[in-house]
Design a protein. Structure first.
Length: 442
């Protein structure tokens, strides 16, 4: 089989190859990614008549009539996928009429506010794992008659629903418990007596919300109202996550006050507060993106004829809310740092106590180890020396081997030394000679 050698292709040749691919390649040979996130990407389309009414519409990107405007929203799933795969899903959904430059401006990370292909595009996409609750991505493409938005996961209160489905419009009542038994009602939230029974976990969820439900959203009458609504829901979402994190911190503080050694050690092992501090830093990053983008959105929209002056003031209020939220997140971060410092000091105190106990044990056992070691070494030395003496001849047990050639001069040399002759190594020669003479005479 003959394989052609690949050569570098310039930009002009690449464009020609793309044109040939569009004209000659059959559709069955082009890789399609339309079903990659099938059933996971949510799409919503609304049309507004400008008089406070809205209707669901088809996903057709048709031009609306006079005084009407459309809104197309894409909700990407919170799954661990790379940005190119998210971009492919947006290409399948939004192309046409959008171009590749529009898709890239909507899906990329980081802050942006600029005009792309005649439309105002702004985004506050934060980097981070898509599955994290502290990763926020929201992008919008605004024209005079339509708005296209892309979000990661569900944004509370972003959509619209009928007022009759609102839970907040009902009269609530609490669960009633019989003595030593389960709640008196059956199932979930249902009417009991004259009120709507609401459970504790639902009430806890509603307490973390700083806004109303989708059913209570005012229907926008212009594109500028819709832009303010989108930014408002984004700020509310940040406020909800911050409130939830603050409530979690309050409960952790109560647990620390009541808990003992095991609980504190478990929190240190789980890295509870470092993870919480990291989440706060992610929230601060998203808020910083909003502080960069939303003032520029206000400046660019103020020059549009179709953007109302009242909505400009609303954008200014939202920017002020975002700055106050940044201060609140900073206070929470300081609390987390203080609690972590308290745990670190507690851990250091526990280590110091252990070292204190070890020092007492060392005071008790260290002298014993020294005595035992000296005794063992002395016993070993005595046993070794006795065995060595038994192996040596009787005349060599007490005198070291000396050079015979130096015996005659030993006494004369020792007399010239500044120290006693008995300490000189050759002072033993005369004694050894006398001992040998005694042995011979015997």
């Amino acid at each position: 089989m003959h394989i052609d050698r690949e050569e570098p292709v310039g930009n002009v040749e690449a464009e020609e190859m793309d044109g040939d691919l569009k004209e000659d390649t059959p559709l069955g040979d082009i890789p399609l990614y339309r079903h990659r996130f099938l059933g996971m990407v949510r799409q919503k389309a609304y049309i507004f008549d400008g008089d406070g009414n809205y209707y669901n519409k088809d996903w057709d990107f048709a031009e609306p009539k006079e005084n009407e405007f459309c809104w197309y929203h894409v909700e990407l799933p919170k799954i661990n996928q790379k940005l190119p795969l998210f971009a492919q899903s947006l290409i399948d959904i939004l192309c046409p009429p959008l171009k590749l430059q529009d898709i890239l401006s909507l899906v990329s990370n980081g802050p942006l506010c600029s005009h792309v292909n005649g439309a105002l595009v702004f985004r506050v996409n934060s980097p981070g794992p898509p599955t994290s609750n502290y990763t926020f991505r929201l992008a919008a493409r605004v024209t005079e008659s339509s708005v296209i938005t892309v979000s990661l996961g569900r944004v509370p209160r972003l959509g619209f629903s009928p007022t009759s489905k609102s839970l907040l419009s009902e009269i609530p009542s609490v669960e009633t418990y019989s003595s030593g038994g389960p709640p008196s009602h059956n199932g979930g939230d249902q009417k009991e007596g004259s009120g709507f029974v609401i459970r504790e976990h639902v009430l806890e969820f509603l307490l973390t919300m700083n806004h109303s439900e989708e059913a209570d959203n005012p229907v926008p009458e212009s594109v500028s109202n819709l832009v303010v609504h989108i930014i408002d829901t984004h700020v509310d979402h940040l406020q909800d996550v911050t409130t939830k994190l603050e409530m979690e911190l309050d409960s952790v503080e109560l647990e620390l006050d009541k808990g003992g050694f095991a609980l504190k050690k478990q929190m240190l092992d789980d890295r509870r507060f470092p993870n919480m501090h990291l989440n706060l830093q992610r929230i601060l990053q998203v808020i910083a993106h909003g502080e960069q983008v939303f003032p520029r959105v206000k400046e660019k929209c103020s020059s549009k004829k179709w953007f109302c002056s009242e909505d400009i003031n609303s954008l200014e209020e939202l920017i002020g809310r975002l700055r106050r939220l940044k201060e609140s997140v900073g206070f929470i971060a300081n609390r987390v740092t203080a609690i972590q410092a308290g745990l670190d000091s507690w851990q250091a105190e526990q280590i110091n106590k252990k070292l204190y106990y070890l020092s007492f044990l060392s005071i008790i056992f260290l002298p014993l180890s020294i005595i035992t070691g000296a005794r063992n070494s002395l016993w070993h030395e005595c046993g070794r020396s006795s065995m060595d003496r038994a192996k040596e001849p009787k005349g060599e047990r007490w005198f070291p081997q000396c050079d015979v050639s130096l015996r005659g001069n030993a006494s004369s040399r020792s007399s010239m030394l500044p120290f006693p002759s008995s300490l000189h190594p050759y002072s033993c020669l005369a004694t050894k000679d006398g001992f040998e003479k005694k042995l011979v005479s015997q």
